[in-house]
Design a protein around this ligand. Sequence first.
Ligand code: FAD
Length: 257
Amino acid sequence: MRRVAGLSLALDLGGRGHHVTVVERANQFRVSGSSIDVRGDALDIADRMGLLARIKENRVRATELSVFVDADGRGIGQMSWSEFDVSDHDIDIAREDLAQIMIDALPAGTTVRLREHLESLADDGAGVDVRFASGGTGRFALVLGADGQHSAVRCLAFGAEKDYLRHLGLYVALAELPGERRADRLNPVYNFLGHMATIWRYKDRALAGFAFRPDLVRGLGYEKAHIFGMGCGIRHQLGERSPTPTSPLCDADTTAS
Ligand SMILES: Cc1cc2nc3c(=O)[nH]c(=O)nc-3n(C[C@H](O)[C@H](O)[C@H](O)COP(=O)(O)OP(=O)(O)OC[C@H]3O[C@@H](n4cnc5c(N)ncnc54)[C@H](O)[C@@H]3O)c2cc1C
């Protein structure tokens, strides 16, 4: 569990002298996704973790413009990225940079197991016996699941996620757009009722982002049929080239309780 929550836990517990094992299912510490806004309480927490200076060094300067377009790709309004910030103190940073800063700060002695996940756990009150997918076993004082909204650790400990996840009514999909770097730093946004399609450009990367609310647009198979097809306003921005998504991420926005 390598991302924000897992690495934060590892930093905090490791900093208090505990021996921490970080288990990550993926095969590398590379993350994709949109840039992330560090704001509010997160700024104070990052400061106390000793990470704020490096986060500031790696900030993505919000000089980019979001240009709202119509279905023909014509601009109908624009906003600078900085106008989306909640306060002037917000810091935009690429997710991969934030992850790397946290990885670099892990205390010596932290064990990192990539391409690994838990297959079973048994808590006897004094500790937790774990069996890893690779076949290894281990006994730990505490197992903390920070493996995302579809947490497999939560399933092992508490049962099926349908009992814990509450859908918030929004679907989001992201896909990398290789070769979409542009000097003008324009980020087209195409909105119509219940839908949003956009291209985010930051640093040397470009991502396609799609979001929609199925309660506003009901229809069988809607998600699969339409989510990559609705970017008509965006397609105009891409010219004749179609996006070649790599590492696509498509998920429902949910909360666990
Ligand atoms: C488009 C978008 C924009 C966002 N913008 C912001 C923002 O500006 N600011 C903000 O604060 N938040 C933002 N968020 C929310 C933020 O991304 C999440 O809150 C955050 O990623 C949650 O971190 P996490 O570490 O809990 O989980 P995740 O980031 O989902 O990380 C889970 C990790 O666990 C690993 N994993 C999964 N299954 C297993 C397993 N079985 N065993 C081991 N490892 C496993 C995954 O590979 C992954 O590395 C945004 C989200 C989206 C979708």
